[in-house]
Design a protein around this ligand. Structure first.
Ligand code: SAH
Ligand code: SF4
Length: 343
């Protein structure tokens, strides 16, 4: 928690950032700057990471999430190891450099089985593998790294410890930040980030989120709008809580504060507003994460409503990504797209 204490002491920074976020004007200039910084430090290429949502079983009850333990809205599923590996190999057909395996927590595979899945993907393809399945012990992260896992994605969600506790009654921000430390110590590239516009978060919280994401020296920073999910304790009222511009201002500021980080245009931006992901790519983003999950499971992995592409086949998603990048004048990157953070 020393880190949070340190950030709370940066009162002047927090105040300035919160004022910048509150100011109605100036966004166009901010976006122009973020785009220029992105071009200078990460180039025009967009790294494409296919996401495989391999299971929606979850033992956690995060208040915001559509697949939380208490949700009866969706039938639970778990893809077999063979199905995960076969789906991953499709990413190479589409020219993607990375697959991201994501699930509820804990993943419905023992750690040695998960390691075996990672090893198979690594031996059968040239893909980088990212996992995003929640908190493990330090030893388990090390096992994953030994199995060939390249990266791990674990959002800290909010930098406000009290809000974190309200949203995750069974865990704490301290444990989440410790897990990020364990991921780094295991030698994995680290991805984290936060949800923008959580109920109860103030502009100062958002400013602290930005500073925390930057202070953690992350290889990848993944943020997206919070969207109210039906059948959760946070259902009801406006789907998104902030003025639309604010979500994009946060992304642009993230880029200015983190010139070398990989910053994805996350799926939830398309649910916030049509072509939202394209806008993120023009306002600091350099990564796109199309859905690779087999179509028959997609409707059951609705963390939030109006998720795009739930009826699409993976190859249609791949075609759509290429068309979107072309219309933005941005080339598809080749290779795994590892960390750009100078060591
Ligand atoms: N179980 C893992 C990974 C799956 S959830 C974990 O929790 O880390 C992946 C991300 O989805 C979460 O980190 C959270 O930031 C996001 N998410 C969940 N519910 C959401 C909602 N209602 N709106 C926007 N993002 C949401
Ligand atoms: Fe489970 Fe992750 Fe959703 Fe929390 S956010 S309920 S851990 S899938």
């Amino acid at each position: 928690m020393n880190l949070l204490k340190e950030l709370n002491e940066k009162k002047e920074w927090l105040r300035k950032l919160a004022t910048l976020l509150a100011r109605p004007a100036g966004a166009t200039e901010l976006y122009r700057l973020a785009d220029a910084v992105r071009r200078k430090h990460t180039g025009d290429e967009v790294h494409v990471r296919g996401i495989i949502e391999f299971s929606n079983h979850c033992s956690k009850n995060c208040l915001y999430c559509g697949i939380r333990r208490a949700s009866r809205a969706q039938k639970r599923y778990c893809m077999s190891a063979d199905e995960i590996v076969t789906t991953a190999t499709r990413a190479t057909e589409f020219g993607y450099g990375t697959v991201v395996l994501q699930s509820g927590e804990p993943a419905p595979y023992e750690i040695n089985e998960l390691c075996a899945i990672v090893s198979r993907i690594k031996s059968e393809t040239d893909l980088a593998v990212t996992l995003s399945c929640g908190v493990y012990s330090p030893g388990e992260y090390k096992n994953l790294a030994r199995a060939g896992c390249d990266r791990y994605l674990l959002r800290f969600e909010t930098s406000n410890p009290d809000l974190y506790k309200k949203l995750h009654p069974e865990s704490s921000l301290k444990n989440r930040l410790q897990a990020l430390q364990h991921i780094r110590e295991a030698g994995l590239q680290v991805g984290s980030g936060f949800m923008i516009g959580l109920p109860g978060a103030t502009l100062e919280d958002l400013a602290r989120d930005l500073l925390l994401a930057s202070r953690l020296n992350l290889d990848m920073i993944g943020c997206g709008p919070f969207l109210r999910s039906p059948e959760t304790p946070l259902a009801g009222g406006n789907r998104a809580l902030l003025h639309e511009e604010l979500y994009f201002k946060i992304m642009a500021l993230l880029r200015l504060l983190n010139p070398f980080a990989h910053i994805p245009a996350t799926t939830a931006f398309d649910s916030l507003t049509g072509q939202g992901r394209d806008l993120v790519l023009q306002r600091g983003g350099n990564v796109f994460m199309p859905n690779l999950t087999p179509t028959r499971y997609r409707k059951q992995y609705q963390l939030y409503p109006d998720k795009p592409c739930v009826d699409e086949e993976a190859d249609r998603c791949a075609g759509c990504v290429k068309a979107r990048l072309k219309s933005l004048g941005r080339p598809l990157a080749s290779g795994p797209g590892h960390s750009l953070i100078p060591s």
